[in-house]
Design a binder for this molecule. Structure first.
Ligand SMILES: Nc1ncnc2c1ncn2[C@@H]1O[C@H](COP(=O)(O)OP(=O)(O)OP(=O)(O)O)[C@@H](O)[C@H]1O
Ligand SMILES: [Mg+2]
Length: 451
């Protein structure tokens, strides 16, 4: 009995794919020889990589489970390469190799995303144990990517991040700007959830935090970023993929994120035009670039509206918020340059109270739609408990509460956006059927008689 069972277990044993990165050929060769003895370890990427840049490329191509990474290398060093790999191929766990006395470097490497380290000269025992330990520790991450790939594309079995995936079925470069003239309306909540929900194995999505002074996407998503948008705007006309990859961070959901500067005063160093140019450049490599914005209506936000394909305009169902939306729509309507802003608008209500629980003070969605003469393309329910837990635990509502409110409504909104790009979205409102004349007249007076 025990024979066949043992055989079955061995057959099922997982193979750990390892990529070796070191600029010294003998070191690569020695490591390769040591690893050749182990049946559960397979060295990928031929002779390995001799520079950081090569490491990033081979990691994307061969999708190793573990990368053995030297620190000092020509071209791109091990720390920058680790950062780029953590961002572009998050299922590849980097193990840093260093000589004694490189403690400072090692700390930086761990901050850049390395999962473990080995001190040279490396004994075979240390090598095997570390590789297996890291592989086991990273199992949940690999599983998450596998599940995501299986959920969104049942024929795909590759636990791949967004980099290196086939080209989009949607078409490149839809810039979606999420904006509200009202602070705290839920712009960041919507931008993060829309971005995550748009992700597919064949659809690359980037979330950019353009709230340059008080951006909080990193805090909301629990991200530790070493670089930020100013590292790219500074050299916007001289960017290569490696630089962009090394600045982006990856959320546990796989979402790529470009965070805002850590301190408000750093926003002054960023020219509004450079942000616009950057978005255009980034849109070349992503199918969707979703943009979080500040409340101010200024040169930068105007620039963002100009490059946007869709502007998700957010308000809570309150009188001051709707009045400000009215003002924004009037501005959009009256501007000669940039033109056609008003046609890009997808108007969304957030923090909407359930019909049954609504008291007399609440404004019906139909009345808001009627007043603004616009469709409300989505109503996201008020749910303090779910939203607060999501923010404090760094997860996205659309991943944990996909099929229940308010995740369901956020997923629906993302799907509307996906459908709306490339086709003209119906913006003129035909009055919703449940429009109630009594509440309309009530609302007319609340809005100061204008309707
Ligand atoms: N539908 C909702 N139900 C309950 N709470 C919500 C909802 N949407 C957002 N929130 C909460 O409201 C707060 C503000 O949301 P968010 O940060 O997304 O707004 P914002 O418009 O980006 O704000 P800011 O102007 O500060 O950038 C957050 O704590 C968020 O969790
Ligand atoms: Mg915000």
């Amino acid at each position: 009995m025990s024979g066949p069972i043992k055989k079955e277990k061995e057959k099922d044993k997982e193979i750990i794919k390892v990529l070796i990165v070191d600029d010294i050929p003998e070191t690569r060769e020695n490591l390769r020889k040591l690893l050749a003895f182990e049946q559960d370890i397979q060295v990928v990427g031929g002779d390995g990589a001799k520079t950081g840049r090569e490491a990033v490329e081979l990691a994307q191509k061969f999708k190793p489970d573990v990368v053995l990474m030297d620190i000092n290398m020509p071209d791109m060093d091990g720390i920058s390469a680790t950062k780029a790999i953590a961002s572009a191929t998050p299922t590849a766990a980097v193990v840093m190799m260093s000589v004694q006395g490189e403690a400072g470097y090692l700390r930086q490497a761990m901050l850049a995303g390395a999962r473990d380290f080995l001190t040279k000269p490396i004994s075979s025992e240390d090598l095997y144990t570390t590789i297996r330990r890291v592989y086991e520790r990273e199992a949940p991450t690999r599983k998450q990517y596998q599940q995501m790939a299986a959920l969104t594309n049942p024929s795909s079995s590759a636990p791949s991040a967004q980099a290196g995936v086939p080209t989009s079925t949607v078409g490149a470069g839809h810039i979606i700007v999420v904006y509200s003239p009202q602070a705290g309306a839920g712009v960041t909540t919507l931008a993060t959830n829309i971005a995550s929900s748009l992700m597919r194995p064949d659809t690359r999505v980037l979330l950019v935090d353009c709230n340059l002074q008080f951006g909080d996407v990193d805090a909301v998503l629990n991200l530790q970023a070493q670089s930020n948008i100013s590292d790219l705007t500074r050299r916007v006309h001289d960017l290569d993929q490696g630089t962009v990859d090394s600045v982006l961070v990856t959320h546990t959901s796989g979402l790529k994120v470009l965070v805002a500067p850590p301190r408000p005063e750093q926003a002054y160093d960023i020219a509004p035009d450079s942000v616009k140019d950057l978005l255009v450049v980034l849109a070349d490599s992503y199918d969707f670039v979703v943009v979080d914005t500040p409340t101010q209506y200024d040169n930068m936000t105007l620039n963002l509206f100009e490059v946007a394909e869709k502007i998700v305009l957010v308000a809570t169902p309150t009188i001051p918020a709707i009045r400000n939306i009215r003002k924004m729509l009037d501005i959009f309507d009256s501007l000669e340059q940039p033109k056609d802003l008003v046609d890009k608008v997808l108007f969304v209500l957030n923090r909407v109270i359930n019909e049954k629980e609504r008291g007399r003070g609440a404004i019906p969605t139909a009345s808001i739609s009627s007043h603004l003469k616009r469709d409300v393309v989505a109503t996201i329910p008020l749910d303090e408990r779910v939203m607060m837990t999501a923010v404090n635990q760094g997860f996205l509502v659309v991943t944990k509460f996909k099929s229940q409110s308010p995740g369901r409504e956020l997923v629906d909104l993302a799907e509307q956006i996906r459908r709306s790009v490339g086709s003209t979205y119906e913006t003129d409102s035909s009055l919703p059927k449940d429009s109630d004349p009594r509440s309309k007249s009530g609302i007319r007076s609340l809005f100061g008689g204008s309707n």
